[in-house]
Design a protein around this ligand. Structure first.
Ligand SMILES: Nc1nc2c(c(=O)[nH]1)N[C@H]1C(S)=C(S)[C@@H](COP(=O)(O)O)O[C@H]1N2
Ligand SMILES: [Mo]
Length: 505
């Protein structure tokens, strides 16, 4: 056999990894196993130390999931290169690495539903065969074909997953979930204010935060919510059963505890659900029960004190903004307790409500976050002008503020450190929802600092001390700077670097 150069061997390994991965993912998609890559990504999320997760969220924001996927892909390519180099010594070295990578992928896939061992093993076997065959190749043409084949298989797998998702969307759209008595359309008389967030955040724009790379897909026809544990009558409910209990609407913000001051990990929605206390009344918790564990199909769990043991009232939620939940936001059902940060509010993709006498450490508390529930801090966000904007004429300052459960009593603005002055408030949709506010300021030419703060109806003034999200949620004041041009025609403030600040659309 001709001696091959190291770079040729590394390249062979990367090509073999591409062929193997593509084949495995295509086989997995054909048996409707979610991508193996995502399962490995999830394994990485589960085993990453808390500070690393915090840093990823802080630096990457909404790109966090894409970054983990990119990381896994890079890892596969690097393993491929190593396997290729290893096989210069002996073919066995390369095959061992391929085998180990396959085992990791199959093992990761089998950690969570939908567990299809036969399908996952078949996918692993196909991938291993494709990778080992490609590794033995000595011709450029065959290697190029293996790489192209692998990429085509990856694209094919993607198409299959997309088709599955489209079929799931159609099934979801056919569901009708209606409130017993609909609330009036959400209006707050700030509809003409420009540059401020919408009163209701559309599901597609609502931030996403969870430990999965792809949303679990649940079949609404076979889905059941089980109530078990310390109950007189354990029960099992289908989606229509839940709807028959009578759905109510409520308006509430949801805030991720990772949300930075002025950040986008917050949204305001009109949710549709069944109050938890009504469900529990059906099942009859025993007197010693204190805790309600909400459990999800993704292995995530959140413990809430039982109603009557000091928790704000929560709901099993099935709808968002007049539609069934989207898969990403927890279809078919999730728990929301207004006023608690997202990782304490209740799980998405709910499968079980377990009543116990003692809380167990949940997903995040097991990784260092406080176990006691953390309530959302009052906060005001300046939506417009953008930081570093250039303005002329009177400056329209506007944003949103939240202070669940008490509600926002006032929003105040400070210009260049001068005393706080009250902003104009739009109508309140609900004390648990966000409230829009604005202030029109006459500012002299030059650079100005604008700060805002929220004051809750129960007298909490937004904490001005800058603190990171861990462990109690970020605090501090949202602060922006604008440059005002000397007197000229009045026009809306313009971002100083057009295009850079349009990310939230
Ligand atoms: N099953 C499950 N539920 C979950 C999570 C999760 O990872 N898995 N993440 C929680 C966190 S940290 C937040 S902030 C909210 C986010 O909900 P959203 O993605 O609909 O905005 O869901 C919560 N519920
Ligand atoms: Mo979160």
């Amino acid at each position: 056999m001709r001696q091959q150069s190291a770079s040729w061997q590394a390249f062979t390994g990367v090509a073999a990894a591409t062929a193997g991965l593509g084949t495995a993912e295509l086989a997995a998609a054909m048996v409707r196993q979610p991508p193996l890559l995502d399962a490995v990504g999830r394994l990485i999320v589960d085993t990453s130390p808390r500070p690393l997760v915090d840093l990823t969220v802080r630096l990457l924001g909404p790109a966090d999931k894409a970054a983990v996927r990119g990381g896994v892909l890079t890892g596969v390519a690097a393993l491929g290169a190593l396997a290729g180099l290893g096989s210069t010594r002996s073919a066995r070295h390369g095959s061992l690495l391929v085998g180990a990578a396959t085992l990791a992928g199959v093992g990761a896939a089998l950690r969570r539903p939908p567990r299809r061992p036969a399908g996952a093993l078949l996918a692993g076997a196909c991938g291993t065969l494709a990778a080992t065959a490609s590794m033995r190749t000595r011709s450029r043409a065959t290697l190029a074909a293996a790489t192209a084949g692998g990429l085509a298989a990856l694209a094919g797998a993607r198409r299959l997953h997309r088709a599955d998702r489209a079929a799931h969307d159609r099934q979801r759209e056919r569901l009708t979930l209606r409130p017993l008595s609909p609330k009036p359309r959400p209006v707050d008389h700030a509809e003409t204010w420009t540059g401020v967030s919408r009163l209701i955040t559309p599901a597609a724009d609502f931030y996403l935060a969870d430990v999965n790379l792809g949303a679990p897909m649940m079949d609404p026809t076979t889905w059941r919510l089980r109530l078990r544990g310390l109950l007189e009558r354990p029960i099992e409910l289908s989606l229509p059963d839940l709807a028959d209990l009578g759905l109510v609407e409520f308006d509430a913000v949801m805030v991720c505890i990772h949300n930075a001051v002025g950040g986008d990990r917050v949204g305001n929605a009109r949710w549709l659900g069944v109050p938890l206390h009504r469900l529990l009344a059906l099942a009859g918790p025993s007197p010693q029960a204190t805790t309600l564990i909400t459990r999800a199909v993704d292995g995530f769990a959140i413990s809430l004190p039982l109603p009557g043991h000091g928790t704000p009232a929560g709901y099993v939620v099935v709808g968002m903004n007049g539609h069934p939940l989207t898969p990403a936001h927890g279809f078919p059902a999730r728990v929301i307790t207004p006023g608690l940060y997202g990782q304490y509010t209740g799980v998405k993709w709910l499968t079980e409500l377990v009543v116990t006498a003692e809380p167990r450490p949940d997903y995040w508390p097991a990784r260092g976050w406080p176990q006691p529930l953390v309530a959302i801090r009052p906060m005001a966000r300046i939506d417009t002008p953008a930081d570093t904007a250039r303005c002329s004429g009177p400056v329209h300052i506007a944003g949103v503020a939240w202070a669940p459960d008490a509600g926002v009593e006032r929003v105040e603005v400070s210009l260049d450190g001068r005393p706080w002055q009250p902003a104009e408030l739009a109508d309140e949709l609900a004390p648990t929802a966000w409230r829009r506010w604005r202030l029109i300021a006459d500012l002299d030419a030059g650079t100005h600092r604008i700060q805002a703060r929220a004051v809750s109806r129960d007298g909490q003034v937004q904490d001005p001390t800058p603190r990171p999200p861990f462990p109690g949620g970020a605090s501090g004041l949202h602060t922006i700077h604008v440059r005002v041009d000397p007197a000229g025609p009045s026009r809306p403030c313009a971002p100083s670097a057009p295009g850079l600040r349009n990310r939230s659309g």
